[in-house]
Design a protein around this ligand. Structure first.
Ligand SMILES: Cc1ncc(COP(=O)(O)O)c(C=O)c1O
Length: 378
C-alpha cells in the first residue's frame, strides 16, 4: 500500500473543540455574544497585552491597525518584502505606499539598517513582520521609530508563542500586533485574527471600524464613521477559546517536530535550516522552511517530493517581484538582494503538531534523495 500523503499543514482539532462548538450552537448566540470578549481577554493575557480586538482575519487586523495608528493617503509604510502579501497590501487599502527594505539573512526579518535608510518625511509607520514566528529586532526598530516619530504595527500573524530577548512575548510590547488564525496557524479558528494592543482608545476605534463603524453604545441606525464588517463570529471565538486552552501543548508539539526535523535534516550539504533561537529570542514555531542549496531546481525538488506523497511549497516569494507590485511600482530584480535570494530558494516542508517521527524521516529522506539526484551527469 502506498504511504499516505503528508500534507503541508493539519490543524489539531478534537474533543475540546467539538464540545465548544456544540455549546455555542446550543447557546443560540452565534455572533457578538459573550465568547467574543472571553476570547479577547484570554488572548490578551496569553501574549501579555492589556487589550485585544478579535477580527475576521489577520489581513483585516492589519488594515484596522494601520488605520488606528493614523496611516492614510500618501503616507509611506516601511515593511519587509519577505512576507505574506497581506502585510504590504494592508497599506495599499489606505492608499499608503508600502516601502520595502531588505531583510536580515539569518533571521529573515526586516533589517533595521536598510529600514532606517528608507525613512523620510513621508514615512508614517513601520510594519515589521515576525516572519515564520521568529521575533523581529524590535528594540532597534523602536529606536528608529522614536527618532522619526513613526508608529509601529507588528505583523505577528505567524508568531504566536514567540518571545523577545528583552522579555515580552511577541504581541506584548504595546504597539498593535496582529495575529492570524487561518487553519495552518499555531491556533486556528478556521479564519480569524486578533489585534493585541495597549491603548484603550485604539481598541475602541478598531472595534467600531471592524463592526460597521458602530459605537459601542449605539443602536444599529446611526453610524458615526466609516466601518467594515471584520467581525469574528462567536462560533470562531468558541473554537479559539478551546484552542487557547491547549495552546501550550500545541506550541510544545510544534517545537518537538522542529527538533526532529533539525536532527533528520542534519548533514544535507548546503541546505539551510530555520535559524536557531539566538540571543534570548524564542521562535513561536509556525512553519518549517528550508533554503535549498544554490543552483538546486526547486520545481524539480517539489516534483520529486510530490511523487513520494509529500507536499511542499515555495514559501515565501518576494512581494516586490509579484506581478501586481512590479506593474504598480516598477519594482525589479536586484532591489532587495537578500530577500530575492532567500525567496528563490525557500521551500516550506510539511509541519504540524501531530507529525510523527516517521513522517519527518520520510520527508527528510525524500529531500535528501531529491537533492542528491540534482546534478545532471556531465
Ligand atoms: C505574515 C502574515 N501576514 C498576514 C497574513 C494574513 O493573515 P490572514 O490569512 O488571516 O488574513 C498571513 C497569513 O498567513 C501571514 O503569514
Amino acid at each position: 500500500m502506498p504511504d499516505r500523503v503528508i500534507p503541508l499543514a493539519r490543524p489539531v482539532l478534537g474533543e475540546p473543540e467539538e464540545r465548544a462548538l456544540v455549546e455555542v450552537l446550543r447557546s443560540g448566540r452565534l455572533s457578538l455574544g459573550p465568547r467574543l470578549a472571553d476570547f479577547e481577554r484570554g488572548f490578551a493575557e496569553r501574549v501579555g497585552a492589556p487589550l485585544a480586538s478579535a477580527v475576521s482575519s489577520g489581513t483585516a487586523g492589519l488594515h484596522l491597525a494601520l488605520r488606528a495608528v493614523g496611516v492614510g493617503d500618501g503616507d509611506e509604510v516601511i515593511t519587509s518584502p519577505f512576507s505574506f502579501v497581506a502585510s504590504a497590501n494592508a497599506a495599499l487599502y489606505e492608499r499608503a505606499r508600502p516601502v520595502f527594505a531588505d531583510i536580515d539573512p539569518v533571521t529573515l526579518n526586516l533589517d533595521p539598517a536598510p529600514a532606517a535608510a528608507a525613512a523620510n518625511v513621508r514615512t508614517r509607520a513601520l510594519l515589521p513582520v515576525h516572519v515564520f514566528g521568529y521575533p523581529a529586532d524590535m528594540p532597534a526598530l523602536e529606536r528608529l521609530a522614536a527618532r522619526h516619530g513613526l508608529a509601529i504595527v507588528e505583523d505577528a500573524c505567524g508568531a504566536l508563542g514567540a518571545v523577545h530577548a528583552d522579555g515580552p512575548a511577541v504581541g506584548g510590547r504595546g504597539h498593535p500586533a496582529v495575529f492570524g488564525f487561518y487553519a495552518n496557524k499555531q491556533l486556528t479558528t478556521g479564519e480569524g485574527g486578533m489585534v493585541a494592543l495597549e491603548d484603550p482608545l485604539m481598541k475602541l476605534r478598531i472595534d467600531s471600524e471592524g463592526n460597521q463603524g458602530r459605537a459601542p453604545d449605539m443602536g444599529w441606525l446611526d453610524h458615526d464613521r466609516l466601518g467594515f464588517n471584520y467581525r469574528l463570529s462567536d462560533i470562531a471565538c468558541a473554537l479559539g477559546i478551546a484552542q487557547l486552552e491547549r495552546l501550550e501543548q500545541l506550541l510544545a508539539a510544534r517545537r518537538e517536530v522542529a527538533e526532529l526535523y533539525r536532527e533528520a535534516l542534519a548533514g544535507i550539504e548546503e541546505l539551510a535550516l530555520p535559524c536557531p533561537d539566538a540571543d534570548g529570542n524564542r521562535r513561536g514555531w509556525f512553519v518549517f522552511v528550508v533554503q535549498l542549496p544554490d543552483g538546486a531546481d526547486r520545481d524539480r525538488v517539489m516534483g520529486a517530493l510530490a511523487a513520494r506523497g509529500i507536499q511542499s511549497k515555495p514559501y515565501l516569494p518576494a512581494i516586490h517581484l509579484m506581478s501586481f507590485y512590479r506593474e504598480r511600482f516598477g519594482h525589479r530584480e536586484g532591489e532587495f538582494p537578500v530577500c530575492e535570494d532567500v525567496g528563490a530558494r525557500s521551500l516550506a516542508l510539511p509541519f504540524f503538531p501531530q507529525m510523527s517521527e516517521r513522517e519527518v524521516a520520510r520527508v527528510a529522506e525524500g529531500l535528501r534523495a531529491a537533492l542528491h539526484d540534482r546534478a545532471p551527469a556531465r
